[in-house]
Design a protein around this ligand. Sequence first.
Ligand SMILES: Cc1cc2nc3c(=O)[nH]c(=O)nc-3n(C[C@H](O)[C@H](O)[C@H](O)COP(=O)(O)OP(=O)(O)OC[C@H]3O[C@@H](n4cnc5c(N)ncnc54)[C@H](O)[C@@H]3O)c2cc1C
Ligand SMILES: NC(=O)c1ccc[n+]([C@@H]2O[C@H](COP(=O)([O-])OP(=O)(O)OC[C@H]3O[C@@H](n4cnc5c(N)ncnc54)[C@H](OP(=O)(O)O)[C@@H]3O)[C@@H](O)[C@H]2O)c1
Length: 446
Amino acid sequence: MTKVAIIGAGPCGLSALRSFELAEKKGEKIPEIVCFEKQEDWGGLWNYSWRTGSDQYGDPIPNSMYRYLWSNGPKECLEFADYSFDEHFGKPIPSFPPREVLYDYIIGRVSKGNLKDKIKFNTRVINTVFKDNKFEVSYQDKVNNKVLTENFDFMIVSSGHFSVPFIPEYPGMKSFPGRIMHSHDFRDAEEFRNKDVIVLGSSYSAEDVALQCNKYGAKSVTIGYRHNPMGFKWPKGMKEVYYLDRLEGKKAIFKDGTEQTADVIILCTGYLHHFPFINESLKLKTHNRLYPPKLYKGVVWQDNHKLFYLGMQDQFHTFNMFDCQAWYARDIIMGKIKMPGDKEISEDINKWVAMEEKLENPDQMIDFQTEYTKELHEMSDYPKIDFELIRKHFKEWEHHKVEDILTYRNKSFSSPVTGSVAPIHHTPWDKAMDDSMKTFLDQPTK
Ligand SMILES: Cc1cc2nc3c(=O)[nH]c(=O)nc-3n(C[C@H](O)[C@H](O)[C@H](O)COP(=O)(O)OP(=O)(O)OC[C@H]3O[C@@H](n4cnc5c(N)ncnc54)[C@H](O)[C@@H]3O)c2cc1C
Ligand SMILES: NC(=O)c1ccc[n+]([C@@H]2O[C@H](COP(=O)([O-])OP(=O)(O)OC[C@H]3O[C@@H](n4cnc5c(N)ncnc54)[C@H](OP(=O)(O)O)[C@@H]3O)[C@@H](O)[C@H]2O)c1
């Protein structure tokens, strides 16, 4: 029987499992599937961990999510086509839920059948080679500290790419008398109450970590960008300045001449695509971009069409794009979609990469990833979902952020699956201090 290995049971791995589950429900004969997950439960980054560094087995912690993390995009843009928010919660809920609510939604879709039986938890893939037309996967059972090897016909890599931090060094760090950390290890903004915080970076982590620190009582927050400022209208107590030059004792000195006393430096400097468990010839090598090269349709490894990578793009679209990718990979594995010849594959990859390299602003990037996702959507039986509405929502959301970075999460959007309109949440985001699901769902909505 054909065997498929799935590496990681985060949202992408769960999309893959779900795609096979639905094919089986339609009466199709599916391959044998083994999903390897190095953590003790599923959900990937959405499965919050208090731990940082390494776990009780000495394995690096993949989690980068923190307390008080609210969705940074409208939930409607990531809605599953086969499992709406209305179906899961039994009523429409506001558009920007906190982490626990989204975790509940992700897990709700996969909990009803027997998918958990297909996952080996606490099991870390440590090596993969391709020989004799099979993937030889070596993995460690972390609890019993045993290494085992198994052969597979196909392999789906869904191990995420926001887990291994990129950590640059600036002059003066060695003698800085405070804390220096990466956003990967950020867990609770309360820690920085009454502190002078420096945040380095100009993307989503920098924006959100800086706002969190301000919201939970930091004395000051100074964001140092390198290339382009985020340029939002920051609230009182926050500023954005040009590039850190050096630290002198407790003083942070920026290239625009700004000097700021600092208790803590939080590096929001992004992550590395890191696959220590894959042989060099099969390994995706890329930075965080919208179209990593060598992946046909953003999914199939150009040099070996039995190897698939899910979710390796920088992401506007998330869960439903992961689904479209998973459905597409499933159909290649099950022989329903045939791969074209090498020339066509190469031309298609080059076309998308060339288009990506010309993108200049967020609107164009949203268009690009929407076109990509729509194309994939049309290639499988992934259920109907209105990607044109999602495109519109993303652009509106970008606009709301520019208008007011503190209030964009109070807005309401309509579902691309059911059409229902989200209620406005009972508490504006900048006043909502409790991120529990109970508080989010229980209080009456206006
Ligand atoms: C701080 C932060 C906030 C985010 N917030 C949002 C948001 O609000 N909305 C949104 O849509 N997206 C958000 N994202 C994007 C996020 O990447 C996706 O939502 C999603 O988690 C990606 O799913 P994934 O399955 O690719 O990766 P992950 O969620 O990282 O899951 C990968 C899984 O693979 C496992 N794994 C890794 N290596 C191995 C191995 N060798 N062997 C076995 N298992 C392995 C890991 O343990 C993990 O469970 C956020 C990302 C970060 C870092
Ligand atoms: N739900 C939420 O609220 C939330 C919160 C946090 C993160 N996220 C998600 O997490 C993912 C990762 O976001 P991310 O911001 O961590 O990574 P990212 O988007 O890859 O951005 C990395 C940032 O690091 C900067 N950088 C890199 N090296 C630097 C250096 N030496 N000095 C200064 N800056 C440097 C880059 O700036 P340059 O432009 O100068 O290269 C860029 O701004 C995204 O998908 C995001 O949506 C979501």
